[in-house]
Design a protein around this ligand. Structure first.
Ligand SMILES: CC(C)(COP(=O)(O)OP(=O)(O)OC[C@H]1O[C@@H](n2cnc3c(N)ncnc32)[C@H](O)[C@@H]1OP(=O)(O)O)[C@@H](O)C(=O)NCCC(=O)NCCS
Length: 168
């Protein structure tokens, strides 16, 4: 999957149609704009740190196919404006990918995170992974809800951040 012609379609609960495709290094500008439009709270839940932006070095890592798969989502109307980023990154354990999702605040609670997580699970299976992990803040009810939709087993509480393991 690369161009918008082969992008994965998701229709949100408000009827908006979206397109999700693999990221490229050239997405840096729209990805940084996404991060700037997100609240500090959303960025903190994604990165477990008070990150004010995503550095170009950080984006080089996330968009490096050798390190995993990063997907970007736009609406069907505005394909230059990224409204969500989904990462399935390799870990040091063979067959285990780490899932993270960031949906722009204005686009949250419309079913996008749930649909992206399901799509990411399929992408991970195709990449040969048998397990997805996710590090989720214990109070992050929306993300825990999203992971329940992937049949995540009860989380192991290891402090403020839960380590969720989802067999694929
Ligand atoms: C977590 C996140 C990816 C979810 O994306 P989203 O598009 O808002 O998710 P959805 O709309 O698909 O669904 C969220 C679900 O959580 C539920 N939810 C929302 N707020 C909730 C709350 N306070 N308590 C319980 N459930 C809640 C919604 O009802 C919805 O469930 P439903 O589909 O059964 O109605 C998004 O909120 C986000 O980017 N947050 C900031 C970054 C982050 O936390 N990333 C995860 C790091 S691993």
């Amino acid at each position: 999957m690369s161009g918008t012609d082969t992008a994965f379609p998701i229709t949100l609960t408000d009827g908006t149609t979206t397109r999700t495709r693999e990221a490229t290094p050239a997405d840096l500008g729209p990805i940084q704009a996404l991060h700037r439009r997100c609240s500090l709270g959303s960025r903190a839940l994604r990165y477990h740190a008070g990150k004010s932006q995503l550095s170009s070095a950080g984006w080089r890592q996330l968009s490096d196919p050798g390190r995993g798969t990063t997907l970007v989502t736009t609406t069907a109307q505005r394909t230059d404006r990224i409204i969500a980023m989904t990462n399935v990154m390799r870990t040091d354990q063979q067959g285990v990918g780490e899932l993270a999702v960031l949906v722009e605040d204005a686009w949250q609670s419309k079913g996008l995170g749930t649909a992206l997580a399901a799509h990411a699970a399929e992408v991970a299976r195709r990449a040969g992974h048998h397990t997805l992990t996710a590090a989720v803040a214990a109070g992050n009810a929306p993300m825990l809800h999203v992971l329940e939709s992937l049949d995540a087993p009860p989380a192991r509480a290891t402090g403020p951040v839960l380590d969720i393991q989802i067999p694929l």
